[in-house]
Design a protein around this ligand. Sequence first.
Ligand code: FA5
Length: 357
Amino acid sequence: MTQPTSEPPSSQTIERLTREAVDELSKLGTYEELETWRVAYLGRRGRLTLLLRGLSGLDIDERRLVGSLANEAKGTLEQNLERRSAEIDGAELATSASQDKLDVTLPGRTTPVGRLHPTTQIVREICGVFSDLGFSVVEGPEVEWDHYNFEMLNIPRGHPARDMWNTLWVDYQNEAGEQPMLLRTHTSPMQARVMESSRPPIRVVVPGKCYRYEATDATHEWHFYQVEGLAVDEGITFADLKGTLYEFARRLFGEDRKVRFRCDYFPFVEPGVDMSIDCFACEGEGDGCRICRDSGWIEIMGAGMVHPKVLAGVGYDPEKYTGFAFGLGPERIAMLKYGIEDIRLFYANDLRFLRQF
Ligand code: FA5
C-alpha cells in the first residue's frame, strides 16, 4: 500500500491518486485489507485528506476547482470501497457455502417441545373431577413426622398395621432416642394436618408423592403418587362417600361404569372399604380378561368413614362431625385407563414411553 505523502494539490495529482487508489482497491480480498486501504486514503492522515488540507495554499480560483475535484474523488473512493466490501461479502458466502456444504435452503432445526408427564396429566384429571365436585386441592410435606403418618391416624407404635406401610426413615434421633421422621407412606397424614389447620366444612383432595420400602414389580414402585380425599362436616354419611366416589368413577372411566364397595381395613376409617369399578375392557365379563384378571372388577382405591379417634385426635367432636376419606394411586388409574402393563415405565425416563401421552 502506498504510504501517505503530502503531494501538492492539483487536478493531476487528484486524478492520479484516484486511479491508484481504485486500482489498489480492486486487488484487495479481505476486510482487514480494506480497512488498511481506507486509513491510507481516507483516514485522518490519509493521502486524500492531506491533499485536501493543502488546498489552503492555492489561490482562490484554483482552490475552487481542485477542491471540487478532490471532493468528487472522495465520493468516488467511498463508493468504490462500499462496492468492494459488498463483493467480498458475496465471495465469502459463496466460499463458505461450497466449503462447508452449507445449504441455506434447509429448514432450521426444530426445538423439541416438552410435554406433561403422564402422572401429572392423570393427577390433574383426577383433581379436576374433584374440583368440579366442590373439593379444593392442597399439598403437604413428603418428609413427614411419625406423628402424622401413623400416630394421628390411629396407628400407634407397635400396631401391626405399621407393617403394611414399611418405609424409609430419616436418620435423625430426638431426645427420647426415637427416629420420628420418615418419607410419608401415604397422603393420609394430610387428613390430620388439614383438620388441625381449618374447621368444617372441609372438602379437600391432596395429590402428592409417597414412598415405601418395598420390592418393585409391575404394579409396585418404591415411590409413587397418591391422591387423598377428605370431607368432614355435620351429617356426612356413608351415602355421601358412595355418591361422590361413584360420580368420580363415572366421570373418569365413563358413564356406564358400575362400582363395588367391599369391606377393607384401614386403622383410620370405620367402616373401611375398597372400591372397585366393573372392568371397562371386558365390560365386567371377566372371562380371559388381562386387565381385571378374570374377575370383572378392578380395585381403584381405599376409603371409609373417618374414624372417631382421628376426629377426636384433632379436637373435633365425633358426636357432632363425621366425614369420609379416600386414597387412590394415580399411576394405577393411568395404567388401567391407557393399558400400561408395568408401573416401572413411569419413572424409567424412556422418551419412547413418555412421548405416547
Ligand atoms: C393407603 O395408602 C391409604 N392411605 C388409603 C386410604 C385413604 C384408605 C383414606 C382409607 C381412607 P393403600 O396402601 O391401599 O392405602 O394405597 C392406596 C393406593 O395407593 C393403592 O390402591 C394403590 O393405587 C397405590 N399404591 C399403594 N402402594 C403402591 C406402590 N407400591 N406402588 C404404586 N402404587 C401404590
